[in-house]
Each structure stands twice: as structure tokens, then as C-alpha cells.
Design a protein around this ligand. Structure first.
Ligand code: MSP
Length: 533
């Protein structure tokens, strides 16, 4: 039977900024889920990419003396390189300047025209260039004074001055979708996750929707409207479609149609909380208009804030405050796997997270150096020492004997999976760390070094070491989505390297699959302890 599809996407990133901690956060979050789903038997498509059209991009290109395309081409490698470094396992990388996106967007225009939800009108309002968002007169002036001072209109979102625009534009009849959207939220309460974000979306829609201007004539760095070439596509109308372009939307071949049928709808769009409206209101309305299926879930994560060590409060990261942390700074401190582990297990994905270097050191030392890394090196060293460089030979039925580690390990994959399925990584990690901590306690309680002194107790010693190695083997599998390389290394060191690319996590995590009498490799410390700076 064909494997079920699991299609997960990151937002496509603006080409004008270099990849930073925030964009890396959305990307690693998806990577963990993608790896977990591959290990549980799905045929995964993990998509990321770049958002390359719009006035702002044309302006940045001009400032750098380049054409917009040259500018985009010069920026894409920064993203691709960081993703490679962070072990991002994306299956596709889409850029909105690719031909496939051009064709899909033009196909969308035709479908929109047929749908009856598109009309030509006159756009009269305000535009925020940095936010790439249009505001009507009422949206700007109904906000408090802050947004409308001394004749100057300021962006209600970012506070920067708005530009007045008045031009012919195509409009998408978003206002016609209020009831259908509310029905969607009622019928699929987990369409938006976590749930408190759903409440935000619902009240926004209940407040009423305005038609959306979806084309511009004032600049040309965009995809032309096929039936009216002086118009180019509004950036979000273009950007959102990337998710379907990447799975064959609008391509008239049997292969592309089969791909679209297999992959669409997506299971997860992972986005930051700042772009929820685009994904939870505009995107589903666009899909309803053209009669396509809606994505199953939009997962909205919070923002990373920097913890001010004096006040303990989280502050917005910004270059001007001088508190921005670059991905490379964290990689230098924790290594790539420590980086991934820290952001994925210490920041609750739905909420804003206050991060700091001292917290990073604390988590790394406590969980990785002292607990997980230490457990692995102790167990492998003892196995090698007491059993001639190998894992112990296992007596029949060893796996059926009751012991505290087996107790925790039984059903662990199921408990972990319940959380991983919903991107609840902190809780999933807690399940695994419970076994890691129990194994460290078990070493102390059983004192294998004492047992080893008495040769009549060799059978008992074999059981103790086997129980430890078996717990480690299971934990390595469960930690693999977070730290793929070290987990693979642990499995290799204990002679279970052939399990690394499992597609059946539940069965490899069954207690009792440990191979006895196979060679172990001791190796260097996986997570050397960080010294307090
Ligand atoms: N191009 C649009 C998305 C189009 S998707 C069809 C865009 N790009 S972006 O480059 O500005 O941001 C992409 C993602 O980075 C968003 O999900 C945003 O939430 C995330 N982050 C930006 N700063 C962030 C933090 N400080 N913390 C966490 N994530 C943040 O929006």
C-alpha cells in the first residue's frame, strides 16, 4: 500500500533580510516534525523557500545596483547555506521568481476570474511598504491618534509612515467569505493551533472582512495578471500560492495532477503569529473561491524574545537595541544539535519564548552534557569494559524481566507520539528525558562496578548493562528528530546503525530489540560540558 502523504511547509522568507533566529526557528520547527513523520512511515514533503517579489525587493535591488532577479539570486544562498548547516531536511526549496510559480499564479488568476469573486475597482488608501500591507482610510483613521498624527498616517501594525495610493486595482471579494470562514472554524476547531490563536482569528473574522486589493500598477516586480498585463500580483496573493505550486497546481500533465491529488491539502502550514491572518483568513478564502481543499492545520508559533537578565523580562530582538542574537552565535556555543535541542525543547512553540545565553548553557549542561551524553558514555564504557568491547550476550527472555527502565520504556513511543503529532515538543522531550533520568538513577542504584567485582554475578551484570543500552537505544530514536546526527552516532556506537533510517518508530522502540554480543565503540564525549563564561 502506498504510504500516506505528509506535506508540511514553512513560510517562504523575504529575500531582503538575511536568515535570522526567527526564520531559523520556523524552519527547525518544521524539520523536527518532518523527520518524526518520516520515521513513522509517512511519505513526507517538507517545503521551504523564498518570497522574492514586491516593491521593497525592487528597491533593495536598485540600492545594490542590481536587477531584482540578480538581487534575489545573491540572497538565496544565505538561506540555503544556513539550512544545510542546521540539518534542515527540506525536500523542495521554492522561489517565487521561478517559472513554476509564475505559471501557477497566472493559472490562479484565470480561476479567480471564473469564480466571480474578482472585480476591477479603484484602490484608494494607504500602503505600508515595509509591511507590504494596504490599509483603507477607515483602518488608519479609526485607530488611535498614534496612527494619525499631524496629517501623517502611520502604519497601524508597525508605526512607520504610510504612502498614499490611488490606483486601478483588482479586488478579491474577501467580504463574501465571512460566514464560510466562521463555519470552517466551528467545524474544524483544530484548523488553527494552538487553540488560543483560533480565538484571535475568529474574533477578527467576526469583526467583518473587507475586500482585498490583489493587484498593483505602480511597480512591475511581480507576476503579471495574465488578462491585464499592466497589473502585477499583490505579493501575498503570489506568496501564499507557493504551497500549491510546489505540488503541481496548475500544471496540465497526468504526473502533476497525480502529485497534486496525493499531496494536497497540506497537513501543516507552520507560521509565526504575525502572519496568521494571511494563512487563516485570506488563504482559506482564496481556496474556497477556486474550489480547492483547505490545509488541515495552520500552526502558529510565538516570537523569540531576548531575556533581559536584569529584569527577567523578554524583549523584542532588534538590531537597534543591540540585543539581536545571530544563529551563528548560538551554533558556536551549543553546536548545531545543541542549538536544535534548545530552541525546540525549551521554548513552548505556541508561546513567545524568552531566550538567553545563560539559559542555553543551563539546558545544554543539564540535559545534554550531564544527563544524556553522560548516560551514553557511561553505559558504552561499562559494556566495553565488562564484556570484551561488546554489548553483553543476552539470555533468552531477558527482555521480559521486570525492571524500572522497562516499565517506563513500555508505551513510551505512544506517549511521545501523541505530543509530536501536535508539535508539542516540550512534552515529547519530557517523556524521553524521564527515561534518561531514570537510567542515570538506575546506574547509581545498581552500582554495576560492585557487581562486576564478583564473577558469580556476571549474569546479573549483563542484565543491568543490557537494560541501560536498551533504554539508550530507544531514547536515541526518540531524540533523533531533534538531534539527528548525535542519535545516529549513538546507534552506530552501539552497533544498531542499521536502525537509523527507520520508518517504523513504534516497532524499533519496542523493548527487547537490543542486539547482544555486538561490538561497541566508545568515542568522544557527544556533548562536552560548557564552562561558565
Ligand atoms: N514572506 C512572508 C511569509 C509568506 S508565507 C506565504 C514573511 N516572511 S518573513 O521572512 O518576514 O518571516 C517569516 C517567518 O519568520 C514568520 O513565520 C515569522 O513569524 C518568523 N519570525 C520573524 N521574527 C521572529 C522572531 N523573533 N521569533 C520567531 N519567529 C519570528 O513573513
Amino acid at each position: 500500500m502506498a504510504k500516506p502523504s505528509f506535506f508540511i511547509t514553512t513560510p517562504i522568507y523575504y529575500v531582503n533580510a538575511k536568515p535570522h533566529l526567527g526564520t531559523a526557528y520556523s524552519t527547525v520547527l518544521c524539520d523536527v516534525e518532518a523527520r518524526y513523520r518520516r520515521a513513522t512511515g509517512y511519505n513526507v514533503k517538507f517545503l521551504t523557500g523564498m518570497d522574492e517579489h514586491g516593491e521593497k525587493v525592487a528597491e533593495a535591488a536598485a540600492e545594490h545596483g542590481m536587477t531584482p532577479q540578480e538581487w534575489c539570486d545573491s540572497q538565496a544562498p544565505f538561506f540555503k547555506d544556513l539550512w544545510r548547516q542546521l540539518e534542515i531536511s527540506n525536500d523542495d526549496f521554492i522561489r517565487t521568481t521561478e517559472q513554476r510559480q509564475h505559471d501557477a499564479v497566472q493559472y490562479l488568476w484565470e480561476r479567480m476570474k471564473e469564480s466571480g469573486y474578482l472585480y476591477k475597482g479603484s484602490y484608494d488608501g494607504w500602503y505600508c511598504v515595509p509591511e507590504e500591507t494596504y490599509f483603507t482610510e477607515t483602518q488608519v483613521t479609526k485607530s488611535d491618534e498614534e496612527h494619525h498624527t499631524e496629517g501623517q498616517h502611520l502604519c497601524p501594525d508597525c508605526g512607520r509612515p504610510l504612502e498614499r495610493v490611488q490606483e486601478e486595482s483588482y479586488f478579491f471579494k474577501l467580504s463574501a467569505f465571512q460566514d464560510r470562514l466562521l463555519k470552517l472554524y466551528d467545524e474544524h476547531p483544530d484548523f488553527v493551533q494552538p487553540d488560543f490563536r483560533m480565538n484571535e482569528v475568529r474574533s477578527f473574522v467576526e469583526g467583518g472582512l473587507q475586500d482585498l486589493s490583489v493587484s498593483r500598477t505602480s511597480f512591475d516586480w511581480g507576476i503579471p495578471v495574465p488578462f491585464d498585463e499592466k497589473h502585477v500580483t499583490y505579493v501575498w496573493f503570489d506568496a501564499l500560492l507557493n504551497y500549491m505550486t510546489a505540488v503541481g497546481y496548475g500544471v496540465d500533465t497526468p504526473e502533476a495532477k497525480a502529485e497534486l491529488a496525493y499531496r494536497w491539502p497540506a497537513q501543516y502550514h507552520v507560521v509565526g503569529k504575525d502572519i496568521i491572518r494571511f494563512h487563516c483568513v485570506i488563504w482559506p478564502a482564496m481556496l474556497m473561491a477556486i474550489g480547492e481543499a483547505l490545509p488541515e492545520h495552520v500552526f502558529a508559533h510565538g516570537f523569540l524574545m531576548v531575556r533581559n537578565e536584569e529584569t527577567g523580562q523578554g524583549e523584542k530582538m532588534s538590531k537597534s537595541r543591540g540585543n539581536a542574537i545571530a544563529p551563528q552565535d548560538v551554533i558556536d556555543l551549543l553546536g548545531v544539535e545543541g542549538y536544535r535541542y534548545y530552541f525546540m525543547t525549551d521554548v513552548v512553540p505556541g508561546e513567545d519564548g524568552a531566550i538567553s545565553f545563560s539559559r542555553m548553557e543551563q539546558v545544554y549542561n543539564a540535559d545534554l552534557a550531564n544527563s544524556w551524553g553522560n548516560l551514553v558514555s557511561r553505559a558504552l564504557n561499562m559494556s566495553a569494559k565488562y564484556f570484551d568491547g561488546k554489548t553483553p550476550e543476552l539470555a533468552d527472555g531477558w527482555a521480559d524481566e521486570k525492571n524500572p527502565l522497562r516499565e517506563i520504556a513500555q508505551g513510551i513511543e505512544g506517549r511521545y507520539a501523541e505530543h509530536m503529532d501536535k508539535l508539542e515538543y516540550v512534552q515529547a522531550k519530557d517523556e524521553v528525558m524521564e527515561l534518561v533520568h531514570a537510567a542515570n538513577h538506575y546506574v547509581e542504584d545498581m552500582a554495576p562496578w560492585t557487581v562486576a567485582k564478583d564473577f558469580t554475578r556476571i549474569g546479573e551484570l549483563a542484565h543491568i548493562i543490557a537494560n541501560l543500552l536498551e533504554s539508550i537505544r530507544i531514547c536515541a530514536h526518540l531524540l533523533a528528530p531533534f538531534m539527528p546526527e548525535t542519535s545516529a552516532e549513538v546507534l552506530r556506537r552501539m552497533g544498531a546503525g542499521d536502525e537509523v533510517d527507520t520508518t517504523d518508530l513504534a516497532s524499533v522502540c519496542e523493548w527487547g530489540r537490543l542486539a547482544g554480543g555486538v561490538e561497541v565503540t566508545k568515542g568522544d564525549a557527544l556533548f562536552p560540558r560548557l564552562q561558565k563564561k
